[in-house]
Each structure stands twice: as structure tokens, then as C-alpha cells.
Ligand binder design. Structure first.
Ligand SMILES: [Ca+2]
Length: 414
């Protein structure tokens, strides 16, 4: 995830016009993407296409001004990004177990990492495992540390490497003992505004683990950058920050320092959750909204066909979720006393959630959060969406998840 989840972005939201933007965009996107594809050469694992081609809505200012371009026109299973000082991004390739450096002009350069043929060492890819989350801290300029979440032959773990002269070296395991499986490996990684490293995991297809405090699976974990447990964690001497998760692949912070996380549902309900220290989010007892007071209900739910969310980005206006099966970018706007830090009120918003008739998502009652109706962008236009990240220039990068034909799409003015 982007460095400085701790530096809240303050982009003006243009959410009011998004539905029209989405429709207008749809009308021209197909032709545009076809043109980009013609310019791609196959074969290479990553082939930059540059960012010359751009596309915008045709029906004027009333429809907003969202624009998209294929920053990288062909790349295989990009999973996460961490932006470096200067604006380039380290991007993980899940299946190839590689890190590449993506420039704002779309050029892609391999970052050798010491393993076989320059891969990150000890990664075992397969299914949903492989090289997943990546994060750098604000201290990067001083220590050049890069943190990654990888699946190995003995489980999932967080490894720290040092980036120097364009090469990753000196792997040190920061956190180990997260069980792995073909599915439900979690993989989200990011530094919070509190300087702590947050790690999201899955239940590794052993659903009972999610309710066990002694297991790191089915959790959001919070650790110090050296892997030790912070003194102010909710459970003494435990990295567990929240529990009862099925498979959290993405999360982010709002301007008030609150954590928002996606939850990849089983057969029925995907979730957007507001994560609070020490709370239990219900899995496997509850999927979606339940009525047991010992579990925290989601702020928003979707049918798994409409969402199946992975990456999450938070801006001042609301939360974005990249949907795999739903093949769209979901946006859940903050309303009223939203997440941009403009208000001190936080607990009095109960009952204000408004899903709205036009929303495909459903707002969960009882969490006391004010969010508006969920809105969808780019439905079906780019295929499966793996991740959404906010770049330092305030554009958003979408990672598609279409095997060897995946792309990185740059979105501006959304
Ligand atoms: Ca839940």
C-alpha cells in the first residue's frame, strides 16, 4: 500500500456526477482500450505502453471530468503498490514473485530481489497466494526498507528488504506464522498514521481460526516496524487488532485515522467494515449483517456477484473498493460528518446511513457511521479489478486482474 496512509489526501470529491460519468465513459472506453491493445507487444512480462492516449467523457462538464489511460498496458497479476519519494511505485506481481518499478510515464523496470532470476526469494505462488502486499514507511528515505507480504512453503509472512541502487536485498522476516492455503491468504499491508504496520490476513480456509485470538489468521494485525507488538494493542502481547474476518485483502485510513477494510464474503455478502481496535467482525458466525451484539456489523454490504472486493483506497470524500467478480470500482461516500476530519463528532451518526434506492450496496444499520449510497464506476469495462491506490499526484491507479492481460489504469478527475 501507499506510503503514508498517514498522510490523508484532500482531493475534492466529484461524486455527485459519477453515475453520468460512468455511463459516458462506458460509451467510449471499449474503443479506447482496443486502440491501446493494438500498441502492445506480447511476450515480455511487462510491457509499458506509455500514457499518451487519454480518454474522457464526451458530454461535457455536467458529466464530470473523469479521465482514464492505460499507464501499463500489459502486466501479469499486479497486486499492490507502494509509492516512493519522487512518485515512482514499487508494484508486486503476485504470480511471478517479482517487484517492478513503475514510473509515472508508464515505464516498467524490474527490481532484482535476490531470488531465482531476480524474484523475491521463497515465494510459493498458486491460487490466491504469492507475492501480495507491499508497503514503505515514512522513514524510507532514511532506511530504504520495503515490506512485503509473501506466501511461502511454510505459510504467509511479512518480510522486510532494503532497496538500494535499484535492487532489493537483505531479507529479514518481520512476522511469520500466518497460515496459508490456496484461498483466503489476505495480504494487505500498510503503515497507518500512527506509524504502525497493519497486516490483513485470511482464514486460510480454516474458518474456526478467525475467532481464535491465538491465531493470526482471519485478523487485521498491528505491529511495530520491527515486528514487535505495540504496547497499546487491544490484546496484551498480541498482534491482533481486530478479529472475525474471512479474508481481508485491502484497507486504508481516512482523515480521522480510522481504518476501513474490505471483506471478501463467502457466497452471499461482501462487506465494507470500519475497523475498531479489539472488535470482532463476526466470521464465520455471521456473513454480512447479523443481530448478535458481540459482533460489529458492516457499514455496507454487497452481493458477492456485484463486488468480491480486494484493494481499498480512502480519500477525503469516501472509500473506494476494487471489485474482482463485480468488475467495477465501488465508491462509498462519507456523508455529513464524514471521514475528512472536519468534525469531531463520531458517535452520534447512528441511523443516518442511507443506502438509497439506486444503490446496489446495502448499508448496515447499527455501526453508527454516516455513508451515502454506494456508486459503481467502470462496470465491466476493465474486467476484474484487483486494487485501487492513490498516487502522490492524486490520481488513482487501478490494477486489473486479468492474468497476463492485466493492466494498470490511471484515473484522474474522479
Ligand atoms: Ca463481518
Amino acid at each position: 500500500m501507499t506510503a503514508g496512509g498517514g498522510r490523508p489526501l484532500t482531493i475534492a470529491s466529484t461524486a455527485s456526477a459519477v453515475t453520468a460519468v460512468s455511463r459516458a465513459f462506458a460509451a467510449i472506453a471499449a474503443g479506447f482500450m482496443a486502440a491501446v491493445l493494438v500498441g502492445c507487444s506480447g511476450g515480455a512480462e511487462t510491457t509499458p505502453t506509455g500514457s499518451a492516449a487519454e480518454s474522457g467523457p464526451a458530454d461535457g462538464p455536467a458529466a464530470g471530468s473523469a479521465r482514464t489511460s492505460a499507464l501499463v498496458g500489459r502486466i501479469t497479476t499486479p497486486w499492490d503498490a507502494a509509492f516512493l519519494p519522487g512518485g515512482k511505485a514499487l508494484v508486486t506481481l503476485r504470480d511471478a514473485a517479482r517487484v517492478v518499478l513503475v514510473d509515472v510515464d508508464g515505464s516498467v523496470k524490474r527490481v532484482p530481489a535476490g531470488g531465482h532470476h531476480g524474484r523475491v526469494p521463497n515465494v510459493v505462488n498458486g491460487g490466491e497466494g504469492g507475492l501480495l502486499g507491499i508497503a514503505v514507511a515514512d522513514s524510507f528515505e532514511r532506511n530504504h526498507y520495503v515490506y512485503m507480504y509473501r506466501t511461502t512453503s511454510t505459510g504467509n509472512e511479512v518480510v522486510r528488504m532494503t532497496l538500494q541502487s535499484g535492487t532489493l536485498a537483505d531479507p529479514r522476516i518481520v512476522l511469520r506464522g500466518i497460515e496459508s492455503s490456496t484461498h483466503h491468504n489476505g495480504g494487505g499491508l500498510g503503515f497507518g498514521p500512527d506509524g504502525k504496520l497493519y497486516v490483513s490476513t485470511g482464514d486460510a480456509e480454516q474458518r474456526s481460526l478467525s475467532q481464535k485470538l491465538g491465531s493470526m489468521n482471519g485478523k487485521i494485525l498491528r505491529i511495530n516496524a520491527d515486528g514487535s507488538v505495540p504496547d497499546d494493542n487491544p490484546f496484551s502481547s498480541s498482534p491482533v487488532y481486530s478479529l472475525g474476518h474471512r479474508n481481508v485483502e485491502g484497507f486504508g485510513w481516512d482523515g480521522r485515522g480510522r481504518v476501513w477494510a474490505s471483506e471478501f464474503g463467502e457466497n452471499t455478502w461482501d462487506e465494507l467494515n470500519l475497523i475498531r481496535a479489539g472488535k470482532n467482525y463476526g466470521w464465520p458466525d455471521v456473513e454480512g449483517v447479523g443481530d448478535d451484539p458481540k459482533f460489529v456489523n458492516p457499514v455496507m454490504t454487497w452481493s458477492t456477484a456485484d463486488a468480491s472486493p480486494s484493494g481499498v483506497a480512502v480519500r477525503s470524500g469516501g472509500v473506494y473498493l476494487a471489485a474482482l467478480r463485480g468488475e467495477r470500482l465501488w465508491y462509498v461516500p462519507f456523508t455529513g460528518r464524514g471521514g475528512n476530519g472536519e468534525s469531531s463528532a463520531g458517535e452520534s451518526g447512528a441511523g443516518e446511513s442511507s443506502a438509497g434506492e439506486s444503490s446496489a450496496g446495502e448499508s448496515g444499520a447499527g455501526n453508527g457511521e454516516s455513508v451515502g449510497a454506494a456508486k459503481a464506476y467502470f462496470t465491466g469495462k476493465f474486467g476484474r479489478l484487483r486494487n485501487v491506490v492513490v498516487a502522490p499526484d492524486k490520481s488513482m491507479w487501478l490494477f486489473t486482474d486479468n492474468g497476463e492481460a492485466s493492466k494498470i489504469i490511471r484515473v484522474t478527475n474522479l
